[in-house]
Structure formats: C-alpha cells, structure tokens
Write a protein that binds this ligand. Structure first.
Ligand code: UDP
Length: 329
C-alpha cells in the first residue's frame, strides 16, 4: 500500500523539523515546506537522503500547490519569538491569516485532515491561572505581540469556520513554551538567550524583576501530544504544554547551575505586554488524548545544553543569521 502523505509547513523550523522526523519515523511520506525566513535547512539536513522526504521552498502566504494526494497537513509555519514579530510583523500576520486560508483550501481540495499550530499567546497576558481552553484571553491587539496573537486568533477562527461550514477535519493545538535542540540560538527567547550568554561568558539578562513565570515543555513531549491530537477526533482547541511553572529568575539560576558559568544576572527593562504568568491547564489533553509530559526540566535542559555546546563556535556569535529587511511587504 502506498504510504500516506503529509505536508508540514515550517518544516525547517524548530518544531516543524521535529515533526518531520516523527512522521518519517512513523512511515509517512513527508513534504516539508518553508520559506526559510526563520527556518534553517540544517534542521532537516539529515532527512534529505531519505526516500520519503521532500522539501518545497515556498511561502505559504502565497497560493500553495502540492501535486498528488495528501492525507494530513500540519501548519507550523510562523515566526514564533517576540523578537521575530518585531522584525517581521507583516509576514507574521500574513502566514497566520493568508497562509492558513491557503492551507485550509488545500486541505479541502485534497480531503486532508489539518492541524494548525496555535499558541498560549491567544490568552495574552492572562487573568485566569492556569489557562484553560475556555478562557477567552486578554490580548492587546495593537501592542508589539498583537501581530502574532491576533494572527493566531484569526487562524483559530477561520479553521473552526472551515470545520463547521465545510465539514473539514480540523485540529487546533495551543502550544505553550517549548524548548529543545534546534531552537535558534539567536531568536531572543529566554532559553537560547541564557544558554548563549553562558557559553559566551556574558551576564544573563533578566527582563523585569524576573518574577514573571513560564512553563517549559520539552520538544519530544510536545510532538507526542500533537501526534495524538491529530490522530484523535477532537476539533476544539487543546492546550499542549508542561504545567511545571517557574519564575524567570529561578530559571536563570537553573541555567547558571547547568552551565557552571561564573557570570551573574543583570536586570533589563521588561518588554511591553510581557505576560506575567503562564501555565497550561492540561486536563483536556490528559482526558481526551491520554497525554501528559514525561521529560523533566532537568533532563530536557541537559540535552538542550549539549546541543547548543555542539554548535560551531561562529554560530554562538551570530546575532542574527539573516537580514529580515525585505520581508515586511
Ligand atoms: N526573558 C528574559 N531575558 C531574556 C529573554 C527573555 O528575562 O534574555 C524573559 C521574557 O521577558 C519573558 C520570558 O523570559 O518574560 C520568556 O520569554 P520568551 O521570549 O522566551 O517567550 P514568551 O513566553 O515571552 O513568548
């Protein structure tokens, strides 16, 4: 029997490339699509020799054409760090809105099931803690994060409309902070920022007083949750994340211990609209998918640190590996 075909957008990104690995391993024929603005071919290098893997260099905010059958689509293309949204706000809006529309149309044409990557950012700076899926959120539409948050909220809305209006098989995963190998060292996110600083012998920069919280999920756990959700018959949004919550100050202390750096922490201004607390309520994922995270932060951070240590020295000093200037069209 011919293998089932799956399209993974953002396939050269952090999460997308791990999803490509998982689907190849599960025996699917995988097409990765990416415009390589924030993605990196090195994340998929090991897959190029695989007979069941193809790469399409394409921007999904333009019409998407894939010849032949498709059974599943995973829409994971999007800039996903606060620094990226500031640099490429319009691309961020377009991939979540126009890109999602194109992929829903493709899913309809191919009679494929589609899962879209939503985010805890749909909850904004939450006033409900921990965040349950039925919380509607607290988003500043015109703040720096608005371009991402609103694109993702629109993405959920149009996906649900295709589900109810066209009967399309859709899934929505709300992803909380995730980490692991292949994160971009220079994407400004707290974990690569701290580890990069430790490796370069710089002080660790805590934004604000460090009392804000996050809950970090190891990438393998996240991929397992996404896989189970896609294979389930549940069309409402599901939180996938690790409920183990920590303040950013405590997190910096963990990284100092992990890396053995002798540097100290320094305090910088808190960026605008930075959420004060974030923790997923994963009751739904437990009940519906029988899923919960298995990898402790201690284990996950160790693996991630080894990955960052193994990168070529010059990557450590690349502040930004691409010019974003031409992209905000
Ligand atoms: N942060 C920090 N120092 C850094 C980078 C980030 O203290 O060098 C803080 C940031 O202000 C936020 C948290 O760490 O409160 C997580 O930031 P990140 O950019 O990783 O993701 P977010 O969860 O805010 O989208």
């Amino acid at each position: 029997m011919a293998k089932k075909r799956v399209l993974i957008t953002g396939g050269a990104g952090f999460l997308g490339s791990h999803l490509c690995d998982r689907f190849v391993k599960e025996g699917y024929s995988v097409i990765a699509m990416d415009n390589l603005i924030t993605g990196d071919l090195r994340n998929m290098e090991h897959l190029f020799k695989h007979p069941d893997f193809e790469f399409y260099h394409h921007d999904v905010s333009k019409f998407v054409h894939v010849p032949g059958e498709l059974h599943y689509i995973l829409h994971f293309a999007s800039p996903a760090s606060p620094i990226d949204y500031l640099k490429i706000p319009i691309q961020t809006l377009k991939v979540g809105s126009l890109g999602t529309h194109n992929l829903l149309g493709l899913a309809r044409a191919k009679k494929a099931r589609i899962i879209i990557a939503s985010t805890s950012e749909v909850y904004g700076d939450p006033t409900v803690h921990p965040q349950t899926e039925d919380y509607y959120g607290n988003v500043n539409t015109v703040g720096p994060r608005g371009v991402y948050d609103e694109a993702k909220r629109f993405q959920e809305a149009i996906t649900m409309a295709y589900h109810t209006f066209h009967g399309l098989e859709t899934r929505i995963v709300r992803i909380f902070n995730t980490y692991g190998p292949r994160m971009r060292l220079n994407d400004g996110r707290v974990l690569p920022a701290f580890i990069g600083q430790a490796l370069r012998g710089e002080d660790l920069t805590i934004f604000g007083d460090g009392s804000q919280t996050r809950s970090f999920c190891y990438v393998d756990d996240l991929v397992e949750g996404i896989y189970r959700l896609l294979m389930s018959d549940y069309a409402q949004p599901v939180n996938i994340g690790n409920p183990s919550e920590i303040t950013i100050k405590e997190f910096a202390e963990e990284i100092i211990k992990l890396t053995g750096t002798t540097q100290k922490v320094v305090y910088k201004d808190l960026p605008k609209d930075d959420p004060k607390q974030r923790q997923p309520d994963i009751t739904k994922a437990k009940q519906i998918l029988g899923w919960e995270p298995k990898v402790s932060r201690a284990e996950g951070l160790k693996i991630t640190y080894e990955y960052f240590k193994s990168l070529p020295k010059e990557v450590l000093y690349q502040r930004d590996h691409k010019s974003f200037d031409s992209y905000n069209r």
